[in-house]
Ligand binder design. Structure first.
Ligand code: 5RP
Length: 218
């Protein structure tokens, strides 16, 4: 089974978590894109969606799926999105696609967060994938220096990239994330950080993991 086939399998499995007649949150990335394509087959079962990025909103609309502004919505039953890494406690690194802030907001509103990923994303200790941090552009250098001093690792500005919110991304290489909740909180306390790609204080409730032998549910 290829990596894309594993992503497709978890995207299909995630349809089982879609709650009829509700609004659902939809993530960003290649696995989320497979989910959007699968969701199109049952689009009349839901009221609509909230998107975690402009790219996701565009893809949903192309399929004729209704997209609401989050401010017009009171409840999201479930948020379905991929991840760059997950540990066994379902703490995640997200933001490889740079959509971490909107993803974190939609995940915060949702009753349940179902993460969909192929098996390569499950690790014992997160940090091999560089941790994305969204920063206000004028604070980039200050935040970089604070991360080196307070957290460690090597923050590198993502070249030629601006987020949907008009900000920059620092990718922090060389971390060993043994206490994801504490690191998420500490990073977010640096002035100029919008948010970081650790989803630990609000991690996933369920991880659907694509393997060559089928979908494993954690
Ligand atoms: C985007 C994300 C994605 O969920 C993450 O990068 C995984 O992407 P993919 O499904 O393409 O592997 O956090 O900001």
């Amino acid at each position: 089974m290829t990596q894309d086939e594993m992503k497709q399998a978890v995207a299909q499995e995630a349809l089982k978590f879609v709650v009829k007649d509700t609004i659902i949150g939809v993530g960003t990335g290649s696995t989320a894109n497979f989910f959007i394509d699968a969701l199109a087959t049952i689009k009349d079962d839901i009221i609509g969606t909230v998107a975690s990025s402009v790219a996701t909103a565009d893809r949903l609309k192309d399929h004729g799926i209704k997209v609401f502004d989050l401010n017009d919505v009171e409840e999201i039953s479930v948020y379905i999105d991929g991840a760059d890494e997950s540990d066994n406690g379902l703490n995640l690194i997200k933001g490889g696609g740079g959509a971490l802030t909107r993803e974190k907001i939609v995940a915060a509103v949702a009753d349940q967060f179902v993460c969909i990923a192929d098996e390569s994303k499950l690790v014992d200790v997160m940090g091999d994938f560089p941790l994305p941090v969204e920063v206000i552009p004028m604070a980039a250098n200050y935040v970089k220096n604070q991360i080196i001093k307070r957290i460690g690792g090597t923050p590198i500005i993502r070249e030629d990239f601006v987020t949907d919110n008009g900000n920059l991304i620092l990718d922090v290489e060389g971390l060993k994330i043994t206490d994801p909740k504490a690191m998420e909180t500490e990073l977010n306390s640096i002035v100029g950080v919008v948010t970081n790609g650790l989803f630990a204080n609000r991690g996933a409730n369920v991880l659907l993991l694509g393997t060559p032998n089928g979908v494993r549910t954690i």
